[in-house]
Design a binder for this molecule. Structure first.
Ligand SMILES: Nc1ncnc2c1ncn2[C@@H]1O[C@H](COP(=O)(O)OP(=O)(O)OP(=O)(O)O)[C@@H](O)[C@H]1O
Ligand SMILES: [Mg+2]
Length: 357
């Protein structure tokens, strides 16, 4: 099989550029497009500073390489891009042609690597909980049905004082039942049955559900890209994902001026290596942001773990379930939070007919 260098260049999972002596872009690959928010054809001939700013550490690194006439590597630097405010990455700068001054620049986002390994940990955590969950659910359900039935019988013959207590037993038993249902979903090892899913329909339904209950006090802004193609996914689990994210956001914002923003966009060139060495293109981006109190610093690295909660009545299962469902779709979820702004970004694959079967 003949593999062209062009193909290798375009398949590189990291943003890469060939830079001329005057700091103009001679070539950029597909993975560089999301950073510059434009096509690689468009970047050709433009100054690098147009996309990364005049004071970018990238320009300093290029200068350093030119001054020393040698390769330079910078680890864990923060680079401002045309899209995001800052991205933590490693920079690799190497001469391709020392005489003409052409330089190869590769950006390896460290945030993504860390987040990827984090989501892999969640898969393992969810797996170990699965086995326990199935046993626990089974063992709890039977006695619970007994408790609930007995409470109903007691209520029938009780005076009003005792009737209240009997009702309370029944209600609490119901709550345990719901918790068991939720825990049991971890035991669900069924593979995701992918089909074409309109993400906007999912989001609209999740919003309707929210505004009828837990999100009644919040303003929900919708910033949808109308040309967004269908996702490859399963409707009900995806609905659960966005319901959980909107519920958390609703619980985080105050009663006044609480706002949630749902944003969808198509970001080309987002490719990720998944378990088993497969590369998955995840161009559908769905953001759920809120202006609430933010995630406590002590929890930020653990929120996707099961049973991690800062809420009095929280099970801490919402986000671990979300993470399990997204992983089952071959997608990714990331989160960043600071006081007054929390954002969850879900990335999903697009539906194509080849995925049938
Ligand atoms: N939008 C958000 N803003 C602030 N903190 C959040 C947000 N989303 C999640 N968190 C934090 O992450 C924790 C875990 O969330 P998760 O949904 O897993 O559980 P929970 O909401 O506490 O419980 P449950 O989902 O069972 O009601 C929350 O307790 C909260 O501290
Ligand atoms: Mg929750």
């Amino acid at each position: 099989m003949d593999i062209s260098l062009d193909l290798i260049w375009e398949t590189l999972p990291f943003p890469a550029f060939v830079i001329a002596a005057d700091d103009t872009i001679m070539r950029a690959n597909m993975a560089a497009e999301p950073l510059a928010q434009t096509s690689n054809a468009h970047m050709k001939g433009k100054l690098l500073s147009k996309y990364f700013g005049q004071n970018s550490i990238i320009l300093d690194t290029l200068k350093q390489a030119r001054d020393q006439v040698s390769s330079v590597t910078q680890y864990g630097v923060d680079v401002a891009t045309a899209t995001r405010r800052e991205m933590s990455c490693n920079l690799y700068v190497t001469f391709l042609d020392a005489h003409a001054g052409a330089i190869l620049l590769i950006l390896q986002p460290t945030g993504v690597a860390q987040k990827m390994s984090q989501s892999m940990t969640h898969i393992t955590a969810a797996r170990s909980v699965s086995a326990m969950a199935a046993t626990l659910a089974h063992e709890i359900r039977n006695p619970l049905a007994g408790i609930s039935g007995a409470a109903q019988l007691l209520a029938m013959n009780a005076d009003s004082e005792d009737e209240k207590l009997a009702e309370m037993i029944e209600q609490e038993a119901k709550r345990i039942g719901m918790l068991v249902d939720r825990v049991e979903q971890f035991g669900d090892q069924r593979p995701t049955n992918r089909a074409a899913v309109n993400i906007h329909t999912v989001l609209e339904r999740a919003v309707t559900a929210a505004q009828a209950g837990y999100g009644a006090h919040v303003t929900i802004h919708k910033d949808f890209d109308p040309s967004l193609p269908d996702a490859a996914g399963e409707f009900d689990p995806l609905m659960q994902v966005f319901q959980n994210l909107i519920k958390n956001a609703s619980e985080a914002v105050g009663d006044q001026a609480g706002a949630i923003r749902l944003r969808t966009s198509y970001v080309s060139g987002m490719k990720f290596s998944m378990v088993g060495g497969k590369t998955e293109s995840l161009p559908l981006q769905i953001e759920v942001s809120d202006n609430g109190k933010g995630i406590p610093d002590s929890l930020i690295n653990e929120i996707f773990e099961p049973f991690v909660s800062s809420k009095v009545n929280g099970t801490g299962l919402g986000l671990s379930l979300v993470s399990k469902i997204i992983a089952g779709h071959g997608g990714l979820i990331e989160c960043d939070s600071e006081d007054g702004r929390t954002r969850f970004v879900v990335r999903l694959p697009v539906w194509t007919d080849e995925k049938v079967g």
